[in-house]
Design a protein around this ligand. Structure first.
Ligand code: PEP
Ligand code: CO
Length: 455
């Protein structure tokens, strides 16, 4: 990258810029100690894996692959358990098979996992019953319970988060290397929900076709599908806590540049994407492919300037533009952004995040509800944004090369709608997210079937 190469950029050069969304760590020495430990730990990923992902993303930008990017809004330390991790891989794998079937393209799987422990917050504080405390900023920083003790930022949590990232990734790599085969086969999928959909017959036909396709390939090759083709998963998280990101930013023997070795694919959040500020400065200098969240607040000029700054050499695979507009705004907001980037001739990958522009706050009144407002999203709005995204890109002659979801393989009730028709009053039943609402297993699989059908 130009900045790194010119010698102006260092993993610490962001410190001279305005920086947003960093916690007010109470003890500088404790923070320095935690960062020194993390800097001395082995990395979580390798530069070779990062380069491989960048090449695959470049292929997706050319329409040759499709990106499935998904996972929790915020991972929790408590979620670092075998069942949750397996369920997360299972839903991503099953969705990817459905999307492969629909798109006839190889699907790149990137999890929002193994490090998605820090959250940007719109409000610095939260008030309940007249008491005001600092907001929860993710398990890397503080804890979600509403007490002043829990909400105090604690740098030791950064070390705990790094360890859990390593535990998660270790288990993901072990599952990928063996014992994962059954998850390929639709006979093993939980499809009881399908009967509740008016599209039941069509869903069943698609799932049967996927199963037959796998059997056909296995018969031809004489081995199980997972042995033919390694199932890769890449990791990603929002590049938010710059002290932490910088602590794992390294040089690698016999390669040029600096690499963030805590994740394959860091992304720039919508709240920190200011051109002259610290997050953009940090991301300028690393070799990883990066995602940029594009919100209704992003103007065409902003976006073009960001692209030039973060990718001065127009490297294929370097930039993924993740638009998150909302079903009611995408038709107006997206086309001018596509035009502006197209005029630059840059090889970007366009991805739709249909979650973050469709968040609503409701106060459920059903059985278990606490009477407190909670965030939710409607399945129909998520789908409507995605469908428009496909249409808008097709009309512009650009490629929608991927989708970005907040989802879980667990049976939560955080988003409404879908085949089972969850309502606001069902939300209290199993609402576990500490931040944004996720599609549950059934809703996520149904969404993949609907997207595949659309393709
Ligand atoms: C997120 O992806 O969880 C997020 C906070 O998104 P955005 O920056 O687009 O609001
Ligand atoms: Co979120």
């Amino acid at each position: 990258m130009t900045n790194a190469a010119s010698g102006e950029w260092t993993p610490a050069s962001w410190r001279s810029k305005r920086v947003r969304q960093q916690p007010p760590w109470p003890e500088p020495q404790a923070l320095a100690g935690a960062l020194a430990q993390i800097a001395a730990f082995p990395p979580l990923v390798t530069s070779g894996e990062i380069s491989a992902l960048r090449e695959q993303l470049a292929e997706a930008a050319r329409g040759q692959r499709f990106l499935l990017h998904g996972g929790d809004c915020a991972e929790s330390f408590d979620g670092c358990r075998p069942g949750s991790i397996t369920n997360q891989l299972k839903i991503l794998l099953q969705m990817s098979l459905v999307l492969t079937h629909g798109s006839r393209k190889r699907v790149i799987r990137v999890g929002r996992f193994a490090g998605q422990y820090a959250k940007p917050r719109t409000d610095e504080t939260e008030t309940q019953n007249g008491v005001t405390l600092p907001s929860y900023r993710g398990d890397n920083v503080n804890r979600p319970e509403f007490s002043s003790e829990a909400r105090r930022p604690d740098p030791a949590l950064l070390v705990r988060g790094y360890e859990r990232s390593a535990l998660t990734l270790n288990f993901v790599r072990a599952l990928v290397d063996g014992g994962f085969a059954d998850l390929h086969h639709p006979e093993q999928w939980n499809l009881s929900w399908v009967a509740h959909s008016p599209l039941a017959v069509e869903y069943k036909r698609m799932v049967d076709a996927i199963g037959q396709g796998l059997q056909f390939m296995e018969t031809l090759a004489g081995v199980r599908v997972h042995q033919m083709q390694r199932v890769d998963f890449y990791t990603s998280h929002e590049c938010l806590l710059l002290d932490l990101e910088a602590a794992q930013t390294r040089q690698v023997p016999r390669k040029s540049g600096w690499w963030n070795l805590s994740t394959h694919f860091p992304w720039l959040g919508a709240r920190t994407s200011h051109l002259e500020e610290a997050h953009v400065e940090y991301l300028c200098g690393i070799e990883n492919p990066i995602g940029i969240k594009v919100s209704p607040a992003t103007t065409p000029d902003d976006l073009v300037a960001l692209c030039k700054r973060l990718d001065p050499d127009s490297v294929p695979g370097r930039l993924t533009l993740i638009h998150r507009m909302g079903a009611h705004r995408i038709a107006q907001q997206l086309p001018p952004l596509i035009d502006a980037v197209a005029r630059t001739g840059r090889p970007v990958l366009w991805v739709c995040d249909p979650m973050h522009g469709n968040t609503e706050t409701v106060t459920p009144t059903g059985g278990n509800s606490s009477g407190r407002p909670i965030k939710t999203r409607k399945f129909a709005h998520i789908l409507a944004e995605l469908e428009q995204a496909f249409e808008i890109h097709a009309a512009k002659g650009t490629v929608l090369g991927g989708v970005h979801f907040e989802l879980t393989g667990d049976n939560v009730t955080e988003c409404t709608g879908g085949a089972r028709g969850l309502s606001d009053d069902d939300l209290a039943g199993a609402y576990h997210s500490a931040v944004d609402p996720r599609l549950n297993y059934e809703q996520a699989l149904e969404m993949a079937l609907l997207v595949a059908r659309r393709m």
